[in-house]
Design a protein. Structure first.
Length: 398
């Protein structure tokens, strides 16, 4: 029997319910992302001496880079354990299935951006576990909220203790602006967490209020907004379970300590001592490089990430060519392990990202006014749901 493995490198989603204009919008989004990425790559690369960059990479300590890769792989293990805690009120899940879904999700993030990851992670889990994607979207959203808040906390608190001294008046002024911005972001994060907690405790009244105020919008848009808010409110139950919250926060702190360790190890691999760039400097680089990753370009924010990481390293006194080499390797260390593992699982299971997007998008049409399916059951039953998805995987091999 001939094995056909189809891997889609595009986030364009085709469905019988979608018309051609939607496909055109998807193509325009992809093209714009590629154009933005190309501009940032040019900005990052056009003044570099590539021979020097290559020499810096060749002289790096590959033992430290290996430890950085191991640290990054451990983050996926911890992400899976945290997701298991978030899913505990809904269903019992195996660690293996969660790890598989997590790394395939990060492969989707690399190829399609964050929106693709948030759809594909639940879809992959639904194939291995009797949990429809609609039941897990909330946990993925909360997962991302926790990461976003923890990054801000690490970055902002670090700025309070990070001592930056430069004879350049403009550089000192810029650092002052960055420090103030970090403190403001910390305040916004604290207010956001409090607001989410209040939203969860008063969810029925809040949802009814918002639903009433959205009646002027087209029905499709208002239903989509309300479906998203309802999903988020369901996932916020972790904030009102002290044990689950403690475990979840513990995993989140451990996760970001490992991410910091990854950055430190990569920087040290290029012969940069703690006296030149301390751990607090690595946290500074991490925060700004992740800020650059917010700009949506294919390849894990290729271009914006590199420019932000290299600029932050140069700001701390590193030479431009060395800063570029560190940024390039740092990006590879962060994304390569999950991407390779993700492709391995997709090929092994005979899946494609296009098929996973179709599976993941099916529950997004739920009507906010209709009864929501229980976590263990869809319209055709959880068993039928999973059997159908397994059938698609088998058909791909035929």
């Amino acid at each position: 029997m001939h094995l056909q493995t189809r891997i889609s490198f595009s986030c364009i989603y085709y469905s019988k319910d979608e018309d051609r204009p939607e496909t055109v919008r998807g193509k325009l989004k992809t093209i714009s992302g590629l154009a933005i990425g190309a501009l940032f790559i040019y900005w990052f690369a056009h003044k570099l001496e590539w021979r020097s960059v290559w020499l810096e990479v060749r002289e790096a300590d590959w033992r430290l880079l290996g430890l950085a890769v191991a640290s990054q792989i451990l983050t996926y293990v911890i992400r899976s354990l945290r997701w298991k805690t978030l899913l505990a009120p809904l269903a019992r899940t195996s660690f293996k299935a969660l790890l598989r879904a997590t790394v395939v999700g990060f492969t989707a993030l690399f190829l399609m951006g964050r929106a693709g990851e948030m759809i594909i992670r639940p879809a992959v889990l639904s194939i291995k576990e009797k949990i429809p994607p609609s039941a897990t979207y909330a946990t993925v959203i909360i997962d991302r909220i926790l990461d976003m808040v923890m990054v801000v906390i690490f970055f902002a608190v670090n700025l309070v203790f990070f001592e930056y001294v430069s004879g350049d008046v403009d550089a000192m002024h810029l650092f002052g602006v960055i420090r103030i911005t970090g403190v403001l972001l910390l305040g916004v994060s604290a207010a956001g967490i409090y607001g989410l907690s209040v939203f969860r405790s008063r969810r029925q009244g809040a949802l009814s209020f918002v639903d009433g105020r959205l009646q002027w919008l087209p029905a499709r848009i208002s239903k989509a907004v309300m479906s998203l808010l309802t999903t988020i409110s369901e996932g916020l139950s972790v904030f009102h379970d002290s044990r689950a919250l403690t475990v979840t926060l513990g995993y989140t702190v451990a996760l970001w300590i490992l991410v910091v360790a990854t950055h430190v190890l990569v920087i040290r691999a290029f012969g940069v001592s703690a006296a030149e760039i301390p751990v607090s400097g690595a946290v500074f680089v991490m925060g700004l490089s992740l800020l650059g990753s917010v700009i949506p370009t294919p390849g894990g924010s290729t271009g914006p990430f590199h420019k932000a990481a290299a600029a932050s390293l140069a700001f701390l006194g590193m030479g431009h060519n060395k800063a570029a080499s560190v940024a390039i390797i740092l990006h590879l260390v962060i994304f390569a392990p999950a991407t390779l593992l993700g492709f391995f699982y997709v090929i092994k299971d005979g899946l494609s990202f296009a098929r996973l997007m179709r599976i993941g998008k099916q529950p997004l049409s739920l009507d906010i006014g209709a009864p929501r399916p229980a976590p263990a059951m869809t319209e055709v039953g959880a068993a039928s749901f999973v059997d159908a998805k397994k059938g698609e995987a088998v058909a791909a091999r035929g």
